[in-house]
Design a protein around this ligand. Structure first.
Ligand code: SF4
Ligand code: SF4
Length: 135
């Protein structure tokens, strides 16, 4: 059974400014995490700060085997990161295709987490609200 991923409401990226404009960008960038070395070079060139670090597997040493992910809801498709990445591990996709590619190429995300993980972090989000009594 596939695991349902939801937006992580506690990720600090949620506090960053949202993308401006009504039209979505034609292109969006996706990281092929299996080829990402976590070198962070791409982060510096992003004009909207939409590239986020993903910690490595050891919580005691989170920078070891770290990768990055791109917040598709904030990327403006400028292509800087795909040109800057020395390992050619960021690809630009047509807007709709990017979401499919994200699903295929993202090994680990902190922007999106499994529903049961979110439930562990904050069970109150899943508690049934008391129904208001009818007047
Ligand atoms: S395409 Fe531009 S806006 Fe999107 S993640 Fe890359 S550098 Fe940032
Ligand atoms: S520049 Fe490329 S290899 Fe380096 S962190 Fe960004 S995506 Fe990963």
């Amino acid at each position: 059974m596939s695991k349902v991923k939801v937006e992580n409401p506690f990720h600090p990226a949620r506090l960053k400014p949202k993308r401006k404009g009504k039209k979505p960008p034609k292109l969006l960038a996706v990281v092929h995490q299996s080829g990402c070395t976590g070198c962070e070079i791409c982060i510096a060139g992003c004009p909207v700060d939409s590239i986020e670090l993903v910690s490595g597997p050891d919580p005691k040493n989170p920078t070891f085997q770290q990768t990055v992910e791109i917040d598709l809801m904030r990327c403006i498709g400028c292509q800087n990161c795909s040109q800057d990445c020395p390992w050619e591990t960021i690809t630009m996709y047509q807007h709709d295709d990017a979401f499919i590619a994200w699903g295929n190429e993202t090994l680990d995300s902190e922007l999106y987490i499994e529903m049961n993980e979110l439930q562990k972090i904050d069970p109150s989000l899943f508690e049934k609200k008391e129904e208001e009594p009818a007047e």
